[in-house]
Design a protein around this ligand. Structure first.
Ligand SMILES: [Fe+2]
Ligand SMILES: [Fe+2]
Ligand SMILES: [Fe+2]
Ligand SMILES: [Fe+2]
Length: 408
């Protein structure tokens, strides 16, 4: 389908009542884990739309654009409530966190598998191994402080085992800035991939920022603050891939198009009929928002949105599915990769006086929560927590000596 040929719902007709926004949550134990990840992804995408629109409004003095943004932004804020409201109140912040890292693993791996540009694929593979490690650290925290098994949430669809250890993910900020794609030559699919991962990582950063203090246990508070800083690195890493040359109005059009792509994708794969109906409604809303953004671009920049956008959505919808073999292959090949300025290098190339080594020593001085949580859970449970469904860890140094999962 060509989204530019679908009128969707006019923006003025998109406002909903409180009762429509106060949706019935899913059941946290019955829900398809990938329905939970779809909810997390689309919430993050709506949050990005809202924050982007606020920034745009602060950078234009055109009243007509500011009013149009105020209207579409109010609708985005309503969409965010309807999506995030699907999370049930008895799903604890740590359970939601395990969902966030399952998103990060299976979204990033899927995007990397389908990414046509090798530079962007490398950026995805690189951070994939880091979020993969976060899932393992949080699963150990879950067993340690709640006595529960993370596979009740992930359902063995995503393996839980060490990635690039969080303790070595800490880098000097300059080594998180990547080179960017060129807006005039980038594959339209690549633009969708990068915008999607930026929204997802930003929401993860926001969530850990706000929920890091929900615990009494110092180990939980410490782990959240440590991993929240890695998510800040990931936002820096991914947003630097975007071409800053695009005008605010063009960026608005790209945002609406990205939301169309995402809701269309979620709709193709949704197993819960009630939630599928929400994805369908929001798809029709985004089509209307895209049409309105396209009108602004035409009026104020004299550009037809068809000049910026591909004539069709991608052949394949973005899909949440297991990526175990892919993740294992990247683990085996890239666990020792680091960044140095704009480049990726082997760990052996970083000398002791490299700024990222000095940064890491500075932040890790005095104990590293992501290491302590494993030691504490070993002491508490007699072993560390893992869920390795496909055999031993593919990296020899990370093969478990004492691991086990409560359910396997
Ligand atoms: Fe939206
Ligand atoms: Fe993460
Ligand atoms: Fe991340
Ligand atoms: Fe939108």
């Amino acid at each position: 389908m060509n989204p530019l040929e679908q009128p969707g719902i006019p923006v003025e007709e998109q406002l909903r009542s409180w009762s429509e926004l106060n949706v019935e949550p899913f059941d946290k134990l019955d829900v398809d884990p990938y329905t939970r990840t779809r909810v997390i992804l689309m919430n993050g995408s709506e949050v990005e739309s809202i924050l982007f629109s606020h920034q745009f409004a602060r950078n234009t003095d055109n009243l007509e654009i500011r009013q149009a943004l105020a209207l579409s932004r109010r609708v985005e804020a309503q969409q965010q409530k309807a999506v995030n409201g699907l999370n049930p109140g008895d799903q604890t912040p740590l359970e939601t966190t395990i969902g966030y890292e399952q998103v990060a693993v299976d979204l990033t791996a899927w995007l990397a598998r389908h990414e046509p540009d090798p530079m962007l694929k490398q950026a995805l593979d690189f951070a994939l191994l880091e979020d993969f490690d976060h899932l393992y650290r949080y699963a150990n925290l879950y067993e340690l402080i709640d006595g529960k098994d993370a596979t009740a949430l992930t359902d063995h669809l995503t393996e839980i085992t060490p990635g690039r250890p969080t303790a070595v993910e800490h880098r000097h900020p300059h080594d998180d800035v990547r080179g960017h794609f060129e807006t005039h030559t980038v594959d339209p699919l690549s633009r969708l991939h990068v915008m999607t991962i930026v929204g997802a990582e930003q929401q993860t950063m926001n969530f850990y920022m706000n929920h890091g203090t929900d615990w009494i246990e110092p180990i939980a508070r410490g782990l959240y603050s440590e991993i929240a800083l890695i998510e800040e690195q990931h936002v820096t890493h991914y947003e630097s891939l975007l071409d800053p040359l695009d005008s605010w109005l063009k960026q608005l059009v790209f945002h609406e198009y990205n939301e169309v792509y995402l809701y269309w994708s979620m709709l193709q794969n949704e197993s819960d009929r009630r939630i599928a109906a929400l994805w369908e409604l929001h798809l029709d809303m985004e089509l209307g928002q895209l049409a309105a953004a396209g009108e602004l671009l035409r009026k104020f920049e004299g550009i037809d949105p068809a000049e910026l956008l591909p004539p069709e959505l991608p052949d394949t919808p973005l899909t949440f599915e297991p990526n175990k073999d892919y993740v294992r292959a990247v683990l085996a090949e890239q666990i020792d990769l680091r960044t140095d300025g704009l480049d990726y290098v082997d760990v052996s190339e970083l000398t002791a006086d490299h700024r990222s080594i000095e940064y890491r020593e500075r932040v890790n001085a005095g104990g590293v929560p992501s290491e302590m949580v494993i030691d504490m859970n070993r002491e508490h449970s007699g072993r560390e927590y893992r869920d390795e469904t496909e055999g031993d860890h593919p990296v020899a140094d990370l093969v478990a000596t004492d691991a086990g999962s409560g359910s396997s």
